[in-house]
Write a protein of this length. Sequence first.
Lengths: 303, 131
Amino acid sequence: MNPLRSISSSASYSLRANLRSHLAPSPIAFARCSPSASRIILQRRGYSNAPPPPNPPKEPPLQPEIDRQRKLRDQANVGPFTWKAAALFIATGVGLYLYFESEKAAVLERRRQELSSKSIGKPQIGGPFTLDRHDGGNFTEKDLLGKWTLIYFGFTHCPDICPEELDKMGEAIDIVDKKTGQYGKMDQGVMPLFISVDPARDTIPQIKKYVKEFHPRMVGLVGDYEAVKKTCKMYRVYFSTPPDAAASDDYLVDHSIFFYLMDPLGQFVDAFGKATTADQVAEKVLDSMKKWDDAGGNAAAGV
Amino acid sequence: MVFGFGSSSSSSSSSSSTTNEGIERPAPTREERKACWTSRDLYFGCLDKNNVLQAGDEIQKDAKGKEIFNVCGGERGKYEQDCGKAWIDYFNKRRTLELRRQATIDAAERSGNKDKADAWRAVSGGGSSGR
């Protein structure tokens, strides 16, 4: 018999004996010691000078009796441990682990597909509408196609926030125009759009006068109360004009004050609030334009 | 029909009817807006100087019955001349709200509640500067 093996076997035996007397039984701790190894140790002990284990059993008279006692003691110490149970336990653990891993992968994949189909979870802003242009004719959502648009909802009798925001919008467009070489051109560049939420007082002549103050390209839109209401709903804009307001009344309109950036497909890109500066708006517009062009631009989008 | 634009004078322009055809109640032009904001800032500045919180309080008696004789009378007159009534109501209300907000921030800061002060500072005050 290999002496090295016998030493390591008896070492593991005494370790096992110690563990048995001090620790609760654990199938894993004993899995390393095979029954045949134990038998070897016991057989060997009678002939070797190795120190006796902490709790030496009485000198066994017969080999079968030793085996029987060992088995009984093992069962008493380890509890209902069997190799079948250990294998079942490990198989169940591995099975559960693999199941959860595959479920996790499936969930991640589903989420990824949802995101890509919903264009990164963007809010549904925009949709079909028909309003009147300040310079004659209709304006529908189709007129947004092929160009970038900044849209602000407001009213011409607005005390301060609308003119400030519209000035900011005009300023941002000038910055973008200068960067893209479209400054001063009437038929190119980002289109500034002003949509009135005050149909009672904001007549076409009034809006015509108003939009000229902010940008030469600015297009002003208005319609009857229902058309304005429908458009605002499409764009998730709140406004408080009473339906029966008269043109001669002196009132203010409470309304949402952010403006939108829409891409050449007329799809929502971003919203800007009061805290955003003209430079920040311009930067965002230029950045969106670059991404758009990198992805193939209007040609790829079919507009 | 021609609509003039961009050249309306800053002086009282309700009479410049050529630009306002087809408009029952013309909205103020850029110049008119600016004039209104300037008058408003002068009036509010005067109220600040005289420790008047609520616009309009300066023309009443104070709590002790002592008469405060129309401080800021001139500024108020100009303000009412340059701004429409709905705008005046709005600006006055916003000034009160802004003062209240500032008072809350100051109180929070005095009591060492920096988080509360910052939270109130983050609330849009409406930017009373008006440009």
